[in-house]
Design a protein around this ligand. Structure first.
Ligand code: AMP
Ligand code: GLY
Length: 423
């Protein structure tokens, strides 16, 4: 099969490396990919949001299967356009991608079907939002832009005044453009967070190994929120008992709810969960693989990724066919110093021999040399029988990566190891 993968980050590199192992895979193209993936896929300069150009390329090159990885093209209807042109895809159609594309939709769905989540209200009028905030007790409140906002549309306000300021910048000042025309205001929850990615064919669901993201820029979960500075899998907080409860109360009900609403979801459904004192609750849904969760989850997948993806597309997913290794994985992101605020790029990247997997995100080839071109430059993933070995091995891999201004957190996995020790 000739395959196209849409997207350009570390997640896409991990997907491509897994697909490459499949006996069913022939040529693999990345649209647009990045210079660091050039050894694993043919990079084609077509933007991930340029849907007409994607369809044109896939038709012309007789692509048999297209994996649409990022949120933007999914929410914009890339799968609809490709399928309508006769190209089979991995990923949800637009009607189903709305589960990430509109937080108000996702909250409404959970409310209608009794899926546990934070209490909330949503507004398309600033004055109404403000008077609702005034009706809440003084303290923490969460304000979310309804639409996609590059992962920045969630404000954890610590007072009513801060919450109102967040509403104002979203609704009146259009900080996130149209994405903030509607806002969701919700109760602040506490507890460990768990990411669970799941394959689904619209009816059956096969959760992958759980993982833990590290969103803040600095050690000790301090500093600005980022796209993710590292991940570990499995997540030690996510016990078998909790997994069973999530399956019964969250995963199956979500897939059934989407089907009942005439929005069958096929692809990878991402559950961002918080394990609260009242049980697991949904913090967010994403309509796609997480980044950098994918970089620890797929290296542990024993089954053939392409076979599993095709089963999702063709509505014949058998959860028992999705099998993971017993071991653990750790991914440490190496970023450009200053990320997620301002940073410099254009430095040469040197990678010495390592037994880790390197997933390149923000790099380009310039006269045969790999140069930094983004905030998150690459991820170093190690797998090992235990989490502590995986963490150690990943950091040994990080030491083999050099570029000017390279920055990484030094405590990826520390909290997971402490939690595992505590039991
Ligand atoms: P999101 O962009 O939806 O992933 O949200 C970013 C982060 O904000 C999440 O990973 C949580 O840490 C936090 N968050 C979102 N919603 C809530 C909530 N209701 N209570 C507490 N923290 C939240
Ligand atoms: N790592 C969080 C996300 O992909 O949204």
């Amino acid at each position: 099969m000739n395959i196209a993968v849409i997207g350009s980050g570390g997640r896409e590199h991990a997907i491509i490396k897994s697909l490459k192992k499949s006996p069913l895979a022939d040529r693999i193209y990345a649209l647009p990919g990045n210079g660091g993936m050039a050894g694993d896929a043919e990079c084609v300069p077509v933007g991930a949001k340029d849907i007409p150009a994607i369809v044109e390329f896939c038709t012309r090159e007789k692509i048999d299967y297209c994996v649409v990885a990022p949120d933007d093209p999914l929410v914009l209807g890339a799968v609809d356009a490709l399928e309508d042109a006769g190209i089979a895809c991995f990923g949800p159609r637009k009607r189903a991608a709305v589960i990430e594309g509109s937080k108000a939709f996702a909250k409404g769905l959970m409310t209608r079907y009794g899926i546990p989540t934070a209490r909330y209200a949503d507004f398309d009028d600033e004055a109404a939002a403000v008077s609702y905030i005034d009706s809440l007790p003084e303290g923490n409140v969460v304000v979310k832009a309804d639409g996609l906002a590059l992962g920045k549309g969630v404000i954890l306000a610590s007072s009513r005044a801060e919450a109102k300021a967040a509403v104002h910048s979203m609704m009146a000042e259009k900080q996130f453009g149209d994405s903030g025309s509607r806002v969701v205001i919700e109760e602040f929850l506490t507890g460990p967070e768990v990411s669970v990615l799941a394959f689904t064919d619209g009816e059956n669901i096969a959760p992958m190994v759980s993982s833990m993201d590290h969103k803040r820029a600095l050690d000790g979960d301090r500093g600005l929120n980022t796209g993710g500075m590292g991940t570990v899998a499995p997540n030690p907080y996510y016990t078998d008992e909790i997994a069973d409860e999530c399956m019964r109360r969250i995963f199956l009900p979500t897939v059934r709810a989407m089907k009942a609403e005439g929005r069958p979801f096929k692809g990878c459904l991402y559950f961002g969960l918080m394990l609260t004192a009242d049980g697991p609750k949904v913090i967010e849904y994403n309509c796609r693989f997480g980044d950098p969760e994918t970089q620890v989850v797929l290296p542990l997948l024993k089954s053939d990724l392409l076979t599993v993806m095709l089963a999702c597309t063709e509505g014949r997913l058998r959860p028992e066919d999705v099998v993971f290794e017993d071991g653990a994985a750790c991914c440490v992101i190496v970023a450009s110093e200053g990320y997620p605020a301002s940073y410099k790029t254009g430095f040469e990247i040197e990678i010495a021999g390592t037994d880790c997997e390197i997933f390149i995100a923000g790099a380009k080839l310039s006269e045969g040399r790999l140069m930094t071109s983004g905030g998150r430059v690459l991820g170093v993933t190690a797998t090992a029988p235990t989490l502590s070995e995986a963490v150690k091995k990943a950091y040994a891999g990080v030491d083999k990566v050099r570029f000017t201004g390279a920055y990484h957190r030094s405590d990826i996995g520390a909290r997971a190891l402490a939690a595992a020790d505590g039991r």
